[in-house]
Every structure is written in structure tokens, then in C-alpha cells.
Design a protein. Structure first.
Length: 462
């Protein structure tokens, strides 16, 4: 049975950078599709007026995706602005007045986690909560203890099924394609286990730095920014068992169950790096120990995956921008033709960005009398980019009460449990040159299984 649609959208943090670059374009797209026709109430403490916010909305759309006049006018006409301090009850009194007869508002908290408790308490005290839903922006805490505390704060005001922990990565079409491809094709399932898979690699490479967000990155670093959430989500989709159906809660439960089986990261299997020049970025401490690169080896303690190493690598200022998954299959029990076969000869590759590609690596005989081979990759599928922006998909789902692409309480806490042993700069920090593949020490993480698969540049990519 489908859930009723939210009848108002309340946006805390509407004057921020995320709103400007991502949320306003997503809401315009939803409006253009006829999927956003509710009051749009923006709350922030910026000393702005509604006129200035509408100007900001228009500028955002012109610079990020294009202004579509009819959709813009509809969205703008529904916009209400409340300028006020989150610590003052008068702010929430104004909000309750603006909500009027709304029964099922969706509250979107694009604010620092330190303000969650203040806003939730303000909503409770003002009596704005009837059948509410809440979307919480990442990062969801800084460690396991803070994540549990935030979950407690949210549960004090919202039902479990009404809490949506958003991570735009889960809204990306290529991430969903991993799950679909695995379970829509029976050819993969017999091979998808420790008997046939030697190792799994995930590389998230970016060819740019922190781009003026040094102060934010000083609080996050690569472990908190992408490893704890994005990359562990990919690991879950790659290794989870099929859910009992396409029900959102069944999929989330299966993902959380898999993450419970991931062993906590061993600091001896972790290498952190920082690109040369990072400490010169605005907002970065001159003696910063924050990592802009991380490489790890992890294991999943299940019957299916026992003993199979999963290698994860993420970094900034690397040679390309690409997120790639490479599944290396075991070699045949003997090399019949006496060849020395290179690494990645038999593999399945998912390129998740900047475009989408599924490739199968096999070895074939070269022309001639000799029985010698060469490696080729059969491209099974290729598509260009996204059909729907992640925030458009996710905010639309939240409005409809569909939690399939949102992290559950258990998932968020399990992700923090996995990375907890390597938080706090407990491992050495190595420097690396820009446009390299990170510090040389990262090669030791994977040495027992060969080498990293380095994604190649994609034509037309940044």
C-alpha cells in the first residue's frame, strides 16, 4: 500500500551552499514533473527577505542545470521565508503559523548535526508535529556514539518509518544498477562467492582537491566524508544477499545485516595520505593531519565471503575522476597453456561514474598457430550519466514516504562501528603528489593480491 504524500516541505538551512548547488535545482525538476505542489517553507538565520531568497533561487537555477521559467515561477510562488534563530521559540511559532492546516509536513534538516537537537526540541515545543517526516543530511554524526545520540534525538519526535537519513550517493542510478544487475541475472549468482572470486576492489578517484571547502574537509577527511558512507554502501550492494522482495524495508534490512558481518577495520590494513599543497588551502591548519586519501582492506565474516579481501581506495587530486568496482575472479586450477597471465585477466567491472559501464574481462587466443592469448574486455552495457539527479530522486521518495534509498538506523550505526578503530588520526599520514595514485605505501595494502586497478580517463569527463 502506498504511503500518503507530504503536504508541506520545510527546509531548514535554505540559504546554504547545499541549497544553492543541489536542492533548488532538484526541487525545480520535481516541480516541472508535477511532483512538488505543496507549500515550500524556508527557514534560516541570514537576515534575508523573501525577495532576496527568490533572487538566490533564480541565480541557483541559472548556474546549476538551467532555469525553466514555468517550473521556476511555480516553485517561487509557493516559497515562504522565515528568518529566525533556531534557539528562539518565536521562530517556530512563525513556522507553525505558516504550516496552517498541514498534517504531514516533511522537515529537511540541511544544518550542522550540532543543531539537530535544538531544532527538534523547537518543533516539539511549538506543537508543529502531527504526522511529520524528517530528512537528515549527512554526515550523520562523527562516530558511533554521536550517531546513536542523534538517533535518540530523532526518535524522540519522529516515528522510525518517518526518519530519512539522506545520502545522495544512494540516489545515483549506477549504484542502484549494481543491486539490479546482481539479482536480475542468474548467470552471476553461482559465481558470486569465495569459491570463484579472488578479491574485490572499489576505487573512488577525484582529479580535484577540496575546492574552497578546506574548513569542512578539516572536520571530515576522506574516512568520514566518503569511506564511512558512500563506499561502505557500495560494499553492501556488492555483497549482500537478495532481499525477500522489492519491499524497501526488506532491502534495507538485508543491507544492514551484511554490514553487521563486516569486521571492524584493522589499523594495520589502512593507509592514509594527504596531497602536497593541501595545507596551503584556505581553512586548513598548517600542521593538518587530515587525510585526503585512504586505502583499506576489509573482510566480511559470512559463509559467502569468508577469506575474500575487499579493497577500498578513495582520494583527491588523483589522475582521473572515476568510481570503479573491479571483481577479480580466481584463475583456473591450472594454467593449461603455460602462460604467465597478468592481473585482472578475468574480471567483472562496474564503472559507476562519470558514465556507467559494465565490462567483462576474459582471455582469448590471438590469431596464428601458437596457442597464446591476450586479455580483452567485453563491454556488456554503457550509458551516459544520470537520467534523474540524486537529490531529485531522494527528495521525491521522501515526500512519498519511500525509504528504500535511505540509510536505516542500523545501517548508519554499523558503518560507524566498522570505521571506529581508524578514527582520530591513529595511523601514519603519508604525503603524495597531485596527479599520482596516492602514497606508494598504499600498494602494501593490496600487495598480497597483486596491484590496484587504476581507472583510465573517460572521454569527455572532467
Amino acid at each position: 500500500m502506498s504511503e500518503p504524500v507530504s503536504d508541506a516541505f520545510v527546509f531548514f538551512g535554505a540559504t546554504g551552499d547545499l541549497a544553492y548547488k543541489q536542492i533548488f535545482p532538484a526541487l525545480q525538476a520535481l516541480t516541472g514533473r508535477g511532483h512538488f505542489e505543496v507549500p515550500f517553507i524556508c527557514v534560516a538565520k541570514s537576515g534575508w527577505t523573501l525577495k532576496k531568497l527568490k533572487e538566490r533561487l533564480k541565480e541557483s537555477l541559472e548556474k546549476h542545470g538551467g532555469l525553466h521559467q514555468e517550473a521556476y515561477e511555480k516553485l517561487s510562488s509557493r516559497m515562504v521565508y522565515i528568518d529566525g534563530d533556531y534557539r528562539e521559540s518565536s521562530t517556530f511559532d512563525k513556522l507553525c503559523t505558516a504550516l496552517q492546516d498541514s498534517v504531514r509536513p516533511l522537515f529537511y534538516l540541511a544544518i550542522p548535526p550540532s543543531m539537530f537537537a535544538t531544532v527538534v526540541e523547537g518543533l516539539k515545543q511549538a506543537g508543529c508535529l502531527r504526522e511529520p517526516r524528517v530528512v537528515v543530511e549527512k554526515p550523520f554524526g562523527r562516530d558511533l556514539a554521536s550517531a546513536r545520540e542523534l538517533n535518540g534525538i530523532l526518535r524522540s519526535a519522529f516515528a522510525d518509518h518517518a526518519i530519512f537519513r539522506i545520502d545522495h550517493f544512494l540516489g545515483k542510478e549506477p549504484i542502484q544498477n549494481i543491486y539490479y544487475t546482481r539479482f536480475a541475472n542468474s548467470i552471476l549468482e553461482p559465481l558470486w562467492n569465495r569459491n570463484y572470486i579472488a578479491s574485490v576492489q572499489v576505487t573512488m578517484a577525484e582529479d580535484y582537491g577540496v575546492e574552497g571547502r578546506g574548513a569542512f574537509y578539516e572536520e571530515a577527511g576522506a574516512i568520514r566524508d566518503v569511506l564511512q558512507n558512500h563506499l561502505l554502501e557500495i560494499i553492501a550492494y556488492l555483497s549482500m544477499d537478495p532481499s525477500s522482495g522489492d519491499d524497501p524495508e526488506a532491502i534495507r534490512n538485508e543491507s544492514a545485516r551484511l554490514l553487521r558481518s563486516v569486521k571492524p577495520l584493522d589499523p594495520s590494513h589502512v593507509v592514509r595520505g594527504q596531497f602536497r599543497g593541501y595545507r596551503d588551502e584556505p581553512g586548513v591548519a598548517p600542521d593538518s593531519q587530515v587525510e585526503t586519501f585512504v586505502a583499506v582492506r576489509l573482510y566480511i565474516d559470512t559463509w559467502r565471503w569468508a577469506g575474500v579481501p575487499f579493497y577500498i581506495r578513495a582520494g583527491k587530486c588523483l589522475p582521473v575522476t572515476s568510481t570503479t568496482v573491479t571483481i577479480a575472479f580466481k584463475r583456473p586450477p591450472r594454467e593449461t597453456f603455460g602462460e604467465v597471465v597478468p592481473a585482472f585477466s578475468n574480471h567483472l567491472r562496474f564503472r559507476l561514474s562519470p558514465d556507467v559501464l559494465i565490462g567483462l574481462g576474459i582471455r582469448v587466443k590471438v590469431s596464428g598457430e601458437r596457442r597464446v592469448g591476450e586479455d580483452v574486455e567485453l563491454v556488456a552495457f554503457r550509458s551516459e550519466g544520470e537520467t534523474m539527479a540524486p537529490y531529485e530522486r531522494l527528495l521525491g521518495d521522501a515526500m512519498h514516504g519511500d525509504a528504500a534509498l535511505f540509510a536505516s538506523e542500523g545501517t548508519a550505526e554499523e558503518q560507524w562501528r566498522i570505521v571506529e578503530p581508524i578514527l582520530g588520526n591513529l595511523t601514519p599520514l603519508y604525503t603524495y603528489d597531485k596527479v599520482s595514485w596516492g602514497p606508494a605505501e598504499a600498494d602494501q595494502v593490496i600487495a598480497q593480491d597483486g596491484a590496484w586497478y587504476n581507472p583510465k580517463p573517460v572521454e569527455g569527463a572532467r
